[in-house]
Design a binder for this molecule. Structure first.
Ligand code: ATP
Length: 737
């Protein structure tokens, strides 16, 4: 027969202070030896290496208790290790190796280490691997000493679990538990995700409103860019045109003013100098001629008088000097002279003074000539004198007339010159008024230029503000052509309207608080992505909840179906073993009415109190045993004797093994309570089972020993170390003592 369990090696485990190996070559191996030699330690070695977590099941309190404690002969060890070797040529275990070595080591600090073919793995990897081969975990694969009737003592619910284990449903139970754990995790995650979404929702809404506002502001900015570009293009064209026009106009005005100013100064100087000197010259000539005229008049008067006297003398025929120069005449002469001198003294003009002096000289000469005259000797002389005087008088009067005409002409000339001066002054005034006018024009052109300068400054300020609001887009105006009508004065009113509209738009944008817009949009997108991610996660979780619920339902169905089917087979096998052992009677495992299991304490007592909520499993049907012995009226487990209980337990264990044979089974003194007749029946059943499962039986019973194909003896010497030796059946009983 194929043996899946090849060997077990114990080193430092409990009483096996030295490395000891058991190699299995027969389907049934028996381990024999005296009490306390270490046989049960071998069975516990199996429990240990297959992943047993209950210290109580290993008859210990701590991990340290499992390590060889030392004796005077052999010092204690720091680790206990057990190794089992499986023949995996038939792929009993789901690993691609012909041989699989499972090893467990415990250290004094309680640390455990699990290895598969020498590689460190997790406990659950070992458990899963073995469970796949219907090894480990079950309460019946290794039946410890005195533990055979555990199934009888168990509560209906635990009993059901043992049967489920025996039927190999543990794997499904594991899967179901795992799925339930996942389901719970998924449900918790759904709650967490929902709560995260609820937390995010108000923030997301807030951000959405912000983003809508930002978007609106962006639209307004785009509108502003279009309007601003048009406005700036118009403004720039207007400013450039006006600036050039006014610059030119200013130049024209400056030139005109310069010309006018020059004309004024020219006119001023010519009018003043030329006009006045001509007038002065004319007035000089006038007074000179006036002097001459009065001299001529005096001459004329004198000649007149002399003529009168000469004519008188001619008439009287005798004329004296006294008669000729009378005293009043001298007085008259002196008065005239002093008058002219006085005039000359008051006069400042040199020409006039000179002419006065000449006049004075003439008068004196004439007077003296009059004094040096002599009395005419004859009337002829007098008549000649009269004649001469008449001629002189005529000449003087002629001269006088000419002078009067000259004076008249001079006066006219003076009046004309004066008039010309006045006209020049009027012209000057007119020029000056033109200058003022030109100055006025120039200053208004300059005012207009400074207004254009202000417009330019405002334009630059508007460009700067535009950059602050819409960035580089503001420069769009530079590329656009000059809009129609921009250069017409009429456009200025419309342009002002545009400006006001732009200002209103700017205020709206500023009020919208667009600052940090990008950061808000980024946060909104991130939050939205997070929300969508959570939404997707929620959908995934909900779908995995559905799938898990389906899996669990499917597993429950499978477990239920297999359980019902398996229980039927177990009951059949049980009945057969039972009647073999008792020679009749009746036994049956029965599913109880489902009971409400509120809170049930499960798990291992030595690992502390472990409570598990089983609310979703509130209905649970346990297993009861209905037993009735042949020839006995009373039914039920409670009335069985110790031996009867042992036999019933054995029938139960063997029925489990028969229905779902594990690769190997370890029975530690399960036959201890049997009498001779039952020991034989037990041995028969062992042989029967041995055909299906590899058996390792620890026994003191010869009948059982005889069923085994190989025998190992365990002894313990003075050093307290368990030793192992292969023995023959004949020696075995001896060794067992
Ligand atoms: P029985 O036939 O009476 O059931 P057994 O052969 O099954 O006996 P075990 O119970 O396997 O005997 O062995 C018990 C022995 O192992 C005891 O003598 C005990 O002192 C020894 N032992 C247990 N743990 C250790 C340990 N950590 N270090 C050394 N010896 C130990």
């Amino acid at each position: 027969m194929f043996l899946s369990l090849k060997s077990i090696e114990l080193s430092g485990f409990k009483s096996f202070g030295k490395k000891t190996e058991l190699v299995f070559t027969s389907p049934i191996a028996a381990i024999v030896g005296p009490n306390g030699s270490g046989k049960s330690n071998v069975a516990e070695g199996f429990r240990f290496v297959l992943g047993e977590q209950s210290m109580k099941s290993l008859r210990s309190k701590r991990g340290e208790d499992l390590i060889w404690g030392g004796s005077p002969a052999l010092p204690r060890m720091n680790r206990a290790g057990v190794k089992v070797v499986f023949d995996n040529s038939k792929r009993l275990l789901d690993l691609d190796f012909k041989e699989v070595v499972v090893e467990r080591v415990v250290y004094r600090d309680g640390q455990n280490e699990y290895l598969l073919n020498g590689t460190v793995v997790r406990l659950k990897d070992v458990i899963r691997l073995l469970a796949g081969a219907n090894i480990g975990g079950s309460g019946y694969q290794i039946i410890s000493q005195g533990e055979a009737d555990r199934i009888l003592n168990a509560r209906p619910r635990e009993r059901r679990e043992m049967v489920e284990d025996a039927l190999g449903l543990k794997l499904y139970q594991h899967k179901k538990a795992e799925s339930e754990r996942k389901l719970e995790d998924a449900r918790n995650n759904i709650e967490k995700t929902k709560s995260l979404r609820r937390e995010i929702a108000p923030h997301l809404n807030f951000l959405r409103t912000q983003v809508e506002r930002i978007e609106k502001a962006r639209e307004m900015k785009e509108e502003l860019a279009v309007k601003l570009n048009e406005y700036l293009a118009r403004e720039h064209a207007w400013i450039t045109q006006e600036d050039a026009r006014l610059r030119q106009e200013e130049q024209v005005q400056v030139n005109e003013l310069k010309e006018l100013t020059e004309s004024v100064s020219r006119s001023r100087s010519t009018t003043a100098s030329a006009g006045q000197s001509t007038l002065r010259e004319l007035q000089g000539t006038l007074s000179e001629r006036e002097g001459k005229l009065s001299e001529a008049r005096r001459e004329s008067e004198k000649l007149g008088r002399e003529l009168g006297r000469a004519e008188g003398a001619l008439a009287a025929n005798t004329v004296t000097v006294e008669q000729i120069v009378p005293v009043p005449h001298v007085r008259q002469f002196t008065r005239e002279l002093s008058e002219v001198i006085g005039e000359a003294e008051r006069e400042s003009d040199v020409h006039t003074i000179k002419s006065k002096l000449a006049h004075i000289r003439g008068r004196i000469k004439a007077f003296v000539e009059g004094l040096s005259g002599f009395a005419p000797e004859t009337n002829e002389e007098v008549r000649q004198q009269v004649e001469r005087l008449t001629k002189s008088l005529d000449r003087v009067q002629e001269e006088e007339k000419a002078l009067a005409g000259e004076l008249e002409a001079l006066r006219k000339e003076i009046a004309k010159t004066r008039e010309a001066g006045f006209a020049a002054e009027r012209d000057l005034l007119a020029l000056e008024s033109h200058v003022r006018e030109a100055q006025g024009k120039l200053s208004s052109v300059r005012a207009a230029r400074s207004a254009i300068q202000s417009l330019r400054q405002r334009f630059e300020e508007e460009v700067r503000e535009g950059i602050a609001l819409i960035g580089e887009a503001v420069h769009g105006w530079e590329k656009s052509h000059v809009p129609e009508g921009a250069l017409h004065e009429d456009d200025r009113t419309k342009q002002e309207k545009r400006r006001r509209e732009i200002e209103r738009l700017k205020i709206k944008i500023e009020e919208s608080g667009i600052g940090g817009g990008d950061a808000v949009i980024k946060e909104f997108n991130q939050t939205k992505e997070r929300e969508q991610f959570l939404g997707k996660e929620l959908a995934d979780l909900e779908s995995s909840v559905e799938k898990l619920e389906d899996i669990i339902a499917e597993l429950e169905k499978t477990i239920d179906a297999r359980f019902t089917e398996g229980l039927k087979h177990i009951n059949e096998a049980l009945r057969s073993f039972f009647s073999k052992l008792f020679g009749g009677g009746y036994v049956k495992l029965e599913v109880e009415q489902p009971k409400r299991a509120a809170r049930s304490k499960i798990g291992e007592e030595d690992e502390g109190d472990e409570w598990e909520e089983r609310e979703e499993e509130d209905l649970y049907a346990g297993l009861s045993i209905d037993v009735s012995l042949p020839r006995k009226k009373i039914r039920g487990l409670d009335v069985l004797s110790g031996g009867e209980r042992a036999l019933t337990s054995i029938a139960l264990i063997f029925s489990f093994v028969a229905v779902n044979p594990p690769p190997f089974l370890i029975l530690d003194e399960t036959d201890a309570a049997l009498d001779e007749a039952n020991s034989k029946r037990y041995a028969d059943m062992i042989r029967e089972l041995g055909a299906k499962s590899q058996l390792i039986v620890i026994t003191h019973n010869r009948a059982t020993m005889s069923a085994a194909g190989e025998l190992y003896g365990v002894t313990m010497g003075q050093d307290g170390v368990s030793k192992l030796l292969s023995v023959k059946l004949e020696e075995a009983e001896q060794v067992a003592k």
